[in-house]
Design a protein around this ligand. Structure first.
Ligand code: DLL
Length: 443
């Protein structure tokens, strides 16, 4: 097994193992081009750069990127849905979306050329795990607006593997499919992998014996080394961490290789920086900070110096697999308060937004996030009823509970446990209110 694991296949030798001086030259050229492109095509950048007094002509080295202003999720939200796009909607082949900080989603889209880049980077992901045309991929990431399902789908097609588009849910049936269809690769969130393992156990099935699974790609949410051990042991596969975000491309931004020593970034397409989240100053390799990306080749939604809010460290030393692309460490947390529940991004501000719109509730609430062993995460919202509502009794409170639950589902796309409680019963804080209690122990 060890020898097999260390065999390192590479999808695109030319780029993935490019000597760094050559790669940096390519990045610089692409950076200048993309800065000129966005300034020409997107009014937002034109104004931003005019205000900052910078242009593509000021970029003579990769370090000069620091002269350019940052962009953020808020910028996308303010121009919802397509205001940051560089092409008309009809030139897009696919549109996807993810949660925004309040009501509106963050929209992303791909031209035909962007779809090629996505398929290429996802082909690299599979190949990094030594997956080939001889594999059967059980793809349990959600298909839909979320980028997970379709991203893994097109990558599997690109390498010529057989893909089973199971999507999420119906866990027992998934266990059957995975055994009967001869799946060798599992793709889903790490928490869903644990649910699959637990369900198989309850069905009296030992997947190590009854399935041919040998590789899994797990991402879209933070997970620990302990979870990796649990998944590997129960499923008998080699678990790879995969990272990405809808705004940049979806899954495919970075992935581990068989050495599992950080995630190689597809740097010829996505230029990474680490900055101090407080000051915005660039930090060097080996320093913990916020990850920032510039898309170097995207046409539809090019983003320059986009703040991911993810905290990590970049490592430059060459990897034993032969790739020269820098590695990022496992994401170590966020610089904002975004929660990821069952792979779906949830901002506490979205919850607040829903609650404050309902007059019969008090603006006092707490969000509890839990993960029972081998179960999916739960999101529980406790909110105080107004004295008038509470005085109306149990039935009225029950009706309100159902109403809040429905509103949460419609806004967050995640089912929520709601408790409408007695006025005054939620502990008041003396300083900053503690609105979120995350008991998952992920950090
Ligand atoms: O989660 C894309 C994706 C799909 C990645 C499938 C991997 C697998 P979004 O919904 O836009 O995109 O969420 C992006 O999720 O900024 C991180 O905070 C978090 N995230 C993604 N991958 C990882 C990971 C997809 N491997 C946000 N570890 C990012 C920790 C992750 N956090």
């Amino acid at each position: 097994m060890a020898d097999k694991q260390k065999k390192a296949l590479i999808w695109n030798e030319e780029f993935e193992t490019m000597p760094r001086p050559e790669l940096e030259k390519l990045q610089l050229k692409r950076l200048k081009d993309i800065v000129a492109y966005v300034a020409e095509k997107v009014p937002f950048y034109r104004e931003l750069y005019a205000e900052a007094g910078v242009s593509a002509d000021d970029i003579d080295s990769l370090e000069d990127i620091a002269k350019l202003p940052f962009t953020s999720k808020q910028d996308l939200r303010d121009r919802y849905p397509f205001g940051m796009f560089a092409v008309p909607v009809l030139e897009l082949r696919q549109v996807h979306a993810t949660s925004g900080t309040t009501g509106k989603m963050t929209v992303t889209g791909y031209t035909a050329s962007d779809m090629q880049v996505w398929a290429e980077t996802m082909a690299r992901v599979y190949t990094a795990g030594n997956v080939t045309a001889d594999d059967v991929v059980h793809n349990a990431y959600g298909y839909g607006l979320f980028t997970g399902g379709l991203g893994f789908h097109i990558g599997a097609e690109r390498i010529g593997a057989t893909v089973i588009p199971v999507s999420g849910g119906m866990t027992k049936r998934q266990i059957e499919i995975m055994q009967d269809f001869g799946s060798t690769v599992l793709t889903c969130t790490p928490s869903y992998a644990l649910v699959l393992a637990e369900t198989a156990k309850q069905m009296g099935i030992d997947l190590r014996e009854t399935s041919g699974l040998r590789v899994g790609f797990f991402g879209a949410e933070p997970w620990t080394e302990l979870m990796r051990e649990g998944i590997e042991e129960r499923m008998g596969l080699d678990a790879y961490d995969i990272y990405g975000l809808a705004e940049i491309i979806g899954p495919g931004v970075s992935v581990e290789c068989p050495y599992h020593c950080g995630l190689h970034i597809a740097e010829d397409h996505f230029y990474p920086e680490i900055i101090d989240p407080e000051t915005g100053d660039p930090l060097g390799y080996d320093q913990l900070g916020e990850l920032v990306f510039t898309t170097l080749t995207k046409e539809g939604l090019p983003l320059v110096r986009y703040r991911t809010r993810d905290r990590t460290i970049l490592r430059k030393e060459k990897c034993a697999c032969g790739r020269t692309m820098v590695r990022m460490e496992k994401v170590l947390g966020r610089t904002d308060d975004m929660l990821i529940i069952r792979g779906i991004n949830v901002f506490p501000s979205q919850v607040e937004h829903v609650l404050l719109e309902i007059e019969e509730l008090e603006p006092q609430y707490v969000i509890y996030v839990d993960r029972e062993k081998d179960k999916l995460d739960t999101l529980e919202v406790w909110v105080e009823a107004s004295p008038e509502l509470y005085a109306q009794g149990e039935v009225a409170v029950g009706e309100m509970t159902a109403r809040v639950k429905k509103a949460m589902q419609e806004t967050l796309y995640v089912s929520t446990i709601v408790k409408v409680v007695e006025p005054g019963s939620i502990e008041r804080s003396l300083g900053k209110a503690k609105r979120v209690v995350d008991r998952r122990g992920l950090r």
